[in-house]
Design a protein around this ligand. Structure first.
Ligand code: SF4
Length: 392
């Protein structure tokens, strides 16, 4: 089997400028007003403060973003990491959700790196952002920056794309199919955020989607909980996989704060397929609570009822059991304690200290194995067309 190379990259220069990346979404469809200019988008992201590294603020992408939010106060910061009063500040817990919508950070990715994965994707690409404007109670994304982690946009998108292009070129064609994809090397472009939300801020997501159109041996992939109609204008030509995350709506209403309702995500699947995306589903996270099996059975039945055949024919799913974290549990108790009734189940979970010293929590082996089996059985019965790429 052809083994992907994990060799490091020489990222000394960008290979092209932003103007080489393709038309902006609005220009591609001049008659369609951008969703990101709508009142609904402004309500989700009423940006009042932009913390920016000087080089990021001066870059073309940085200038575009600052111009989009003229009312926002610009604060110069040395680094997008460890911003005083923003990251790791427990005082923000009470304002957690507000900070996510009202604050942006602009920084530069200093040394883009691609890491092997093998589960959801062949590779984890260096993301064009870190952080999210939504506030799912189980989300691992805030852990690295701590507490309220609003979106950090990396403004040197040209360098990130140049890095990915070189990485793809080094792999050559994919000669053996695997569960990530039969023919394309799959690159996850949204490990630490939600690309659909990023597209409310700037064209980083559009630039990545356009870049992957040029790479016939590779495919971009990202999970999302937000339906952003602007993505329908990007013309991905089958080279980007959108993975809509779904869970029973009653769980989502409790846990997925600020996201699009699950029904909206399901309803969007056909539109995204027709717009040129591959559409998969993340059944995630699976939260074990009284009645979870009935709730998932109902959700799967809904997928079967609502999705047209053309979506079903190409769909596949990842099943991801909840993992949680003691620090996040403690933070959540400060702003959303009801979520913890579902997420924090010491009777079912075991803790494991990760390499960075964090105490991660997951369902104990036998509990998890039984739940995955049960879910697979439900999928076979309710959505036999839904291939499970992997369950974890
Ligand atoms: S949408 Fe994704 S990245 Fe954003 S808060 Fe929810 S789980 Fe985290």
């Amino acid at each position: 089997m052809h083994s992907p190379s994990a060799a490091s990259d020489d990222d000394s220069d960008a290979l092209f400028g932003l103007d080489a990346l393709g038309p902006e979404p609005a220009a591609a469809h001049p008659s369609r007003p951008s969703f990101r200019d709508s009142e609904a988008a402004r309500r989700l992201l009423p940006v009042r403060e932009i913390h920016a590294e000087p080089a990021a603020a001066a870059s073309p992408r940085g200038r575009q973003i600052i111009a989009r939010f003229p009312q926002a106060r610009l604060v110069e910061v040395e680094s997008h990491w460890g911003i005083p009063g923003l990251h790791g500040n427990e005082g923000n817990v009470a304002r957690w959700v507000r900070v996510k919508g009202e604050t942006l950070v602009l920084g530069e990715r200093k040394s883009p790196r691609t890491r092997p994965n093998g589960r959801s994707a062949d590779w984890i690409a260096p993301g064009a952002s870190n952080g999210c404007a939504m506030a799912c109670a189980y989300c691992y994304v805030p852990r690295r920056k701590g507490y309220a982690n609003p979106v950090t946009v990396f403004t040197n998108i040209d360098r990130i794309i140049a890095h990915i292009g070189r990485h793809i070129a080094r792999q050559g064609p994919k000669t053996e199919p695997n569960q990530c994809d039969p023919t394309a090397w799959v690159y996850d472009i949204g490990e630490n955020g939600d690309c659909s939300v990023d597209a409310l801020i700037c064209d980083n997501t559009a630039d990545l989607v356009h870049a992957f159109r040029r790479w016939p041996t590779a495919k971009a992939s990202f999970a999302t909980k937000f339906v952003n109609p602007d993505l329908l204008t990007l013309d991905p030509r089958g080279r980007t996989r959108v993975r809509f995350s779904v869970m029973p709506p009653e769980d989502s209403r409790l846990l997925d704060v600020r996201t699009s309702p699950v029904d909206e995500r399901i309803a969007a699947a056909a539109d995204f397929l027709d717009a040129g995306y591959e559409v998969h589903f993340n059944l995630s996270p699976v939260v074990l609570r009284p009645g979870w099996e009935d709730a998932w059975a109902e959700l799967l039945t809904r997928l079967d009822d609502v999705l047209p055949d053309r979506v079903k024919r190409q769909a596949a799913a990842e099943v991801i059991m909840l993992t949680h974290n003691r620090e996040l549990h403690e933070v959540n108790l400060g702003w959303h304690p009801r979520a913890e009734d579902a997420l924090w189940r010491p009777d079912l979970q075991e803790t494991k200290r990760s390499e960075n010293g964090a105490l991660n929590v997951r369902y104990a082996g036998p509990v998890k194995a039984q739940a995955v089996d049960r879910l697979r059985t439900l999928i076979t019965a309710r959505t036999p067309w839904l291939r499970v790429r992997y369950a974890f």
